[in-house]
Write a protein that binds this ligand. Structure first.
Ligand code: DX5
Ligand code: ZN
Length: 215
């Protein structure tokens, strides 16, 4: 059974409290929060004040995905806002190893996200240091995009790399996860499924979470 991390990006932003309460009583273990800066990705989402507010309304693990340049400037700020897991992009970090240590030294779990075009070799050396690798299965920036099919073999290869390193790093898959493809994603080696549209566009979002959970 995978960990389910609904992405708040697809929620109704006028009703974030309702979304948090739905997730609190659902089978989801994590809450995925997408921060975009309009530079690293061609979109701007939300930032620290929203995360602080959501933190107070949720009982779940806050999984913060930074799609921003120079994320190291904000590590402390996201800790203060309530992040439990802080994920930075390998493409946005010149000193990724240092960034991971910085995140962990503040008591958060450290994640590293990798874009669809970026080879897994770019994270080979930090696999044992990171708590989580977030494999992007769409180009980051927007919810509701289509899953890139070649991600499945990328997940399988990453799983082999983690096993070969004797590491316990989790594999999170982010983007285009649906009730139709989630089983194949889990079979490929995913431990955590992020789901935005599949959860929040469902007739009953908590039922969609339950279905993902019970695959
Ligand atoms: C994309 C974000 C995702 C997004 C996923 O840039 O990182 O977390 O919210 O949304 P869906 O599940 O709709 O593809
Ligand atoms: Zn995300």
């Amino acid at each position: 059974m995978a960990i389910i991390a609904p992405s708040l990006l697809s929620a109704n932003f006028l009703k974030l409290q309702d979304a948090c309460e739905m997730i609190n009583t659902s089978d989801a273990e994590w809450l995925h929060l997408d921060v975009m800066d309009g530079r690293f990705v061609p979109n701007i989402s939300f930032g620290l004040p929203i995360i602080s507010a959501v933190r107070k309304a949720t009982t779940k693990i806050c999984d913060v995905h930074l799609m921003i340049e120079e994320p190291e400037k904000f590590t402390q700020a996201f800790k203060d806002a309530g992040a439990d897991i802080l994920t930075v992009h390998v493409e946005a970090c010149n000193h990724l190893h240092r960034n991971i240590q910085q995140i962990k030294s503040l008591g958060m779990k450290a994640g590293v996200a990798i874009n669809p075009h970026t080879p897994l070799e770019s994270i080979q050396e930090i696999i044992v240091d990171a708590d989580l690798i977030c494999v992007m299965s769409v180009n980051p920036g927007f919810g509701g995009q289509q899953f890139i099919k070649s991600t499945l073999t990328k997940i399988e290869r990453l799983k082999q790399m983690i096993l070969a390193a004797n590491a316990s790093t989790l594999i999170e898959v982010d983007g285009g996860v649906t009730l139709d493809n989630a089983k194949a994603i889990i079979n490929a080696g995913a431990d955590v499924l992020v789901a935005g549209n599949t959860v929040f566009n469902a007739a009953v979002p908590s039922d969609a979470i339950k279905m993902l959970k019970n695959l």
